[in-house]
Ligand binder design. Structure first.
Ligand code: MN
Length: 198
């Protein structure tokens, strides 16, 4: 059973003005589609065929095609859900408390996350992960993911931000920090809380 490109949970223009419709259309329909198709090609006829995507990320990264496309497939599946037309604002409940305890405040978290996003040279992702029950910020190159054994810091990703130029260049050009600020206006804290609870 091959992996399928999931539908976006909202319209291409639903995140405007923060994330523009054209970027969403190309990002989902071309980039995410290509990761999906190339992952299927990379695992076809191997013993990874039929495995869950999490299992593939944990065991298949010795093959660069599986590592890059498996990561790209999985990271974007979550990325669309980490944003919402009703997003932004503040987290609530236990997640809000843990963010405050870990980073001092929501602003403290945002500052550190933005620093990880800005500091990732070239293409990659900034992450908020759960590790041994605690929150931690990290980043990965390319389409790597904290679930992969090759990741410098491993854990369960509960929030991720795509900082590849394809994610922001049409609207923000070289202004990655402006894109990070825009992302906070559409963050789907409900999804983050769901993943935090596990
Ligand atoms: Mn992307």
């Amino acid at each position: 059973m091959a992996f399928e490109l999931p539908n976006l949970p909202y319209a291409f223009d639903a995140l405007e003005p923060h994330i523009d419709a054209k970027t969403m259309e190309i990002h989902h329909g071309k980039h995410h589609k290509a990761y999906t198709d190339n992952l299927n090609k990379a695992i076809e006829g191997t013993d990874l065929e039929g495995a869950s995507i999490e299992e593939i990320l944990k065991t298949g990264t010795g093959n660069p095609a599986v590592r890059n496309n498996g990561g790209g497939y999985y990271n974007h599946n979550l990325f669309w859900e980490w944003m919402s037309p009703n997003g932004g604002g503040e987290p609530t409940g236990e997640l809000a408390q843990t963010i405050n305890d870990t980073f001092g405040s929501l602003q403290g978290f945002k500052d550190e996350f933005a620093k990880a996003a800005a500091g990732r040279f070239g293409s990659g992702w900034a992450w908020l992960i759960k590790k041994d029950g605690k929150l931690q910020i990290t980043s990965t190159p390319n389409q790597d993911n904290p679930l992969m054994p090759v990741a410098e810091v491993q854990g369960i990703p509960i929030l991720g931000l795509d900082v590849w130029e394809h994610a922001y260049y049409l609207n923000y050009q070289n202004r990655r920090p402006d894109y990070v600020t825009a992302f906070f206006n559409v963050v789907n804290w409900d999804k983050v809380a769901e993943l935090y609870k596990g």
